[in-house]
Design a protein around this ligand. Structure first.
Ligand SMILES: C[S@@+](CC[C@H](N)C(=O)[O-])C[C@H]1O[C@@H](n2cnc3c(N)ncnc32)[C@H](O)[C@@H]1O
Length: 228
């Protein structure tokens, strides 16, 4: 699988990628990541990529022609063009799973007031938001999409079993939160590890975990139980 991330700030990605498990997965060729500098597609003075909004008002808007030239150079058969945008569909684990089946994702990071509507209408397949709030740019949002999708690719995470029982994964009983986890010491500030976890009875442990996941979901995120 290949990811292209289109940005005005390519250096922004150096540390987050280098310092994460993603760098190892890239080394192992689990996926390919290409950071694309949008300014390199501008023939305007000072490599300008934005302009004043028609109709007046605050801020600048990213030009459709420069974004289009960039996407045209990256796009191949089967590519999916995703614009990070607060007005888009909110990213969920289900969407991440669907995206992990794609072969090529082009993630476009907006800046300023956003991008010209004509680019959205003509070139964007999906608009994704990471939540109901506004960031300065799409870079953080693109990293969220990259990481949620890339960690689902076989080979990114060492023990892929752990992916199946995570929060928001669709398992027996529907979409649920994770169950509680414990490790050493056995007693911490007077609180013991639940006895069942040191019983060695794997079937009972599994039942306990399923129940705890259900309890946590009912208490903290009852909305998830209604999702199909
Ligand atoms: C300052 S924002 C533009 C906000 C836009 N004028 C609005 O009110 O919806 C600049 C860029 O940041 C990115 N961005 C901001 N918030 C985001 C969010 N919640 N999810 C995804 N991308 C976001 C988008 O790429 C957006 O084009």
């Amino acid at each position: 699988m290949k990811f292209d991330i289109v940005t005005l700030f390519p250096n922004y990605f150096n540390s987050p990628i280098k310092e994460s498990l993603l760098a190892k997965a890239i080394d192992k060729k689990v996926f390919n990541l290409n950071i694309v500098d949008l300014r390199s597609f501008s023939n305007l003075n000072h490599k300008q990529v934005d302009d004043k909004p028609y109709g007046g008002g605050a801020g600048m808007v990213m030009r459709a022609d420069i974004l289009a030239a960039c996407v045209q150079s990256l796009k191949k058969r089967g590519s999916k063009v995703i614009l990070l945008d607060p007005t888009g569909q909110t990213v969920t684990q289900k969407i991440a799973l669907q995206l992990s089946k794609e072969t090529h994702l082009i993630l476009i990071c907006g800046r300023y007031e956003g991008v010209d509507q004509r680019f959205k209408d003509k070139y964007v397949d999906t608009q994704l938001s990471i939540g109901d709030y506004v960031l300065n740019g799409g870079e953080v949002a693109s990293l969220v999409v990259l990481e949620t999708v890339a960690r689902l690719l076989p080979g990114t995470i060492g023990n892929s079993d752990s992916l199946e029982n995570e929060s928001f994964s669709d398992r027996q009983g529907g979409i649920q939160l994770d169950y509680p986890h414990y490790t050493r010491p056995e007693v911490f500030e007077g609180i013991s590890v639940p006895e069942i976890l040191i019983s060695g009875n794997h079937q009972k442990i599994e039942e306990w975990r399923q129940n705890k996941a259900r309890e946590a979901t009912e208490k903290l995120r009852p909305d998830l139980l209604k999702r199909v």
